[in-house]
Design a protein around this ligand. Sequence first.
Ligand SMILES: [Zn+2]
Length: 373
Amino acid sequence: MEKISMNDIRKRNYSDVYRLIYQERRISKSRIAASLEMSLPTVTQHLSTLEREGLVEKQGQMASGIGRRAAAYTIRPKARVSVGVEILPDHITAVVLNLYGEVIGKKEVSLTFSEGDAYFAALHTIICELLQSSNAPIDVVLGAGIGMQGLVSEDGQRMLYGKILNCTGLTIRPLSERLSCPVRFIHDAECAALMELWRTPELTDIIYLSLGIHLGGAVIMRGQIGRGRTGRTGTVEHMTLVEGGRPCYCGKLGCMECYCSVDALLEEGEHLSDFFLLLRQGALRQTRRWSEFLDYLAMALNNLHMVLDCTIVLGGHIAPYLIQQDIDTLFSKLQDRTAFPEEENFIRIGAQENNAVASGAAIPFIRTFLKTI
Ligand SMILES: [Zn+2]
């Protein structure tokens, strides 16, 4: 049997006190003691340590009908922060999140991606300026996640596949050498899925599809992102949907990307907002194109659902425009096609999160902090 020392118990109690305050947001000392079945002196001791470390503070008093009101303890949400960045071919969105995953600073910059050192120097400047304007010194930064369109090595230090940005093999070293906090690449679809999970923690098993300019996918099982043997789990965008079909950027034909992405839906120069405006007004061309889009999506979702019988969440740039009627149509198309019709619609629209990729790239550092404190 594993031996548990006094030190282990003290550490666990300390973590439990912090996590309870985090979860409850405001709580009195006596409630902490009662909830965790700890003695008041033990709670007092851990609270003093947490206050001394700047992680917890007293903030006003708890509401009470009778007698003296107890001091309210809260965590200091900005005691640690995390940085998330979304890299697009000609644009950067960077955010700073506090420990509750709330955006406390944001910066958007037009910057053309390149693998050169100058690009990473510019990215480093953007992050430093953002931290400064968010009043977050570098020593409270848990880490910086860089959301990339492509597949990433397990340790997040290298791009395994980056055809959209043409950056296969790129390492994060030029940035990690400049920033004195942990830095890693994260696949953009994984970032969006992580954000979805953060906002809706009860969704422990899902297939997440990011219907963005490009299509991306992620699989979450038991609350964890599935990576698979070589990190390719969830890359549904390159599933063949049409034999000998439209050409994909991966070099193959008929991939799901070519039928179920924003790029596939829109015509040259068309904007998503205009497309959906005309669609909702009943315009014939848009209606026809949308129906075809949903046909292909239904085919893909049915295939995916055969492999993994779980909720499918649709996120990405299209998500804010989706209405329940679209989901119902999609589900009915899927029902016509499937060998196993189901009564309950298992397709849902993702949380309407702005900057889902940038924010999601910051989430793993916060999760690790909360898990290991
Ligand atoms: Zn492809």
